[in-house]
Structures are given as structure tokens and as C-alpha cells.
Design a protein around this ligand. Structure first.
Ligand SMILES: [Zn+2]
Length: 248
């Protein structure tokens, strides 16, 4: 699933469509009024967490690539088209994604300050939200898009390794200064990830995600599906501390 930095990277790749008029809108997505979209000028493209937002004067089209979503710029893929937007200067096509037609002002719908890649992101608020559910596993809290929008499984695993926190730690048992540092690391890594995407080197930088050995201790990493969401965790139980109540 694409994470926040990948969506910002995609937004950059589509920036030449901003200011252009849609000459054709098509696809099998039922909720889009295609004839209304055609003839409209694209005013802006924004991202929120893992979502891409095509902003038109009176409405927005939201794209979420979910687990297996794909896109093609100025080309097509051999699969069912979910939504395609063609402009005078090119086209973008989306597949296996969720699309939504939004008429509400975005500022009413989105709290930009929870997006780790947004300039208004507030780490302190994210920590407060996390500690309000003290029995949650940290590996699940980090994937909560209502707390840290844009963080996905790669960023989750890497920040836990960087800050040496075991993924099965309970949020309420982790010292608050360590939680703050962990959230700040989400911001730092997201920016780095975006730079790596732009350089085309993102796959060269992961320390634990889909790796076999801890780069600190040179012992095998563990890979486990942890928590209700059962997303894969890659971690080292030698250098990542497990924070649990004393009586466990
Ligand atoms: Zn280690």
C-alpha cells in the first residue's frame, strides 16, 4: 500500500495537469459524474496521508490506492479502468483504487495537522491521541490514519527500529519523551522517503523492512504479523525494547 511520501511523489509527477481542463473523464467508478467533470479546470492537486485529491472549482475527486491500486501516466494498463482523466497535455489512469466525489470544502473534511508530511503537523497532538488509548500496541497506533496520516507499514517498521522500540510495546508503557521522538522520526523518515523516491533510491535505504539481519547486532530479524490488523512487523528483539507493564 502506498504511504504518504509515495502519494506526494505521485502528486509531483502530475503537477503539469494543474491549470489544465479535463477533456475526457471515464472509468467504471460509479460515484463519479463524468459529464460534470469534463470541461472543468484542475485547480490543484493535494495529498492527505495516503489519499490523492484532484481539486476542481466546485468539487474534489479523491483517489485512495488501497492495497493493490495502480496508476499509469500517459499510458494504460491491461486491466479494468477505475478512473481516467485526460487533459490536452496527457492523461492519468487509475486502477483497483477507491475514488470518491467530494462536494464539501476540504478544510471541513480534513484535519491537515495529522498528516505527517503537512507543514501544520503537530507531533504533540499525535502523542496525546496515542496515549489516550494506552493499551494499544505501538505497531497498530502508528498505522492509525487518524493519528499519523500517511504512515504505512514501511515507515512503521523503520521508525520503530530507529528509535529501538519493540512493535508489541503498549503505548501507555512507553515513556512520553520516547513516544515524541518516535513521532518526530515519522516526520523525518517521511521526508527522507520522499527524497529517496525522487532520486529513485528508496529501496536501498530500508534497514529492517523485508530484511533478514539486524544492522546493529547482526542477528536474524524477526518477522511476525502482530495485532488485530495483522500487518507484518520486522524487528530485532535484541536492540528494540519491549515496554510492558511490570506485572506481565
Ligand atoms: Zn538489533
Amino acid at each position: 500500500m502506498p504511504e504518504g511520501p509515495q502519494m506526494v511523489f505521485l502528486k509531483d509527477q502530475l503537477s503539469h495537469f494543474v491549470g489544465e481542463t479535463v477533456v475526457e473523464a471515464k472509468g467504471r467508478e460509479k460515484g463519479i459524474p463524468y459529464e460534470l467533470v469534463e470541461g472543468q479546470a484542475l485547480v490543484d492537486i493535494k495529498t492527505f496521508g495516503k489519499e490523492l485529491l484532484f481539486c476542481f472549482p466546485q468539487f474534489t475527486i479523491r483517489i485512495h490506492l488501497v492495497l493493490f491500486g495502480k496508476y499509469a501516466i500517459d499510458s494504460t494498463l491491461n486491466r479494468a479502468l477505475q478512473l481516467g482523466l485526460a487533459f490536452e497535455n496527457g492523461e492519468v489512469n487509475f486502477y483497483a483504487c477507491n475514488c470518491r466525489f467530494i462536494e464539501e470544502p476540504l478544510d471541513n473534511m480534513y484535519d491537515w495537522s495529522i498528516d505527517v508530511l503537512h507543514k501544520s503537523f503537530e507531533a504533540k497532538r499525535a502523542v496525546e491521541k496515542m496515549v489516550s488509548k494506552p493499551t494499544q500496541l505501538i505497531c497498530e497506533a502508528l498505522l492509525d490514519q487518524n493519528i499519523v496520516a500517511g504512515v504505512g507499514n514501511k515507515i512503521k517498521n523503520e521508525v520503530l527500529f530507529r528509535r529501538q522500540i519493540h512493535p508489541e510495546s503498549l503505548v501507555g508503557e512507553i515513556p512520553v519523551d520516547k513516544l515524541e521522538a518516535l513521532i518526530e522520526e515519522c516526520v523525518t523518515l517521511s521526508s527522507e522517503y520522499l527524497e529517496w523516491k525522487r532520486e529513485g533510491t528508496d529501496n536501498d535505504h530500508w534497514k529492517v523492512y523485508k530484511k533478514k539481519e539486524c544492522p546493529r547486532d547482526h542477528v536474524p530479524l524477526l518477522k511476525e504479523k502482530i495485532g488485530k490488523s495483522a500487518r507484518s512487523c520486522y524487528f530485532c528483539d535484541k536492540c528494540q525494547q519491549l515496554y510492558l507493564p511490570d506485572n506481565l
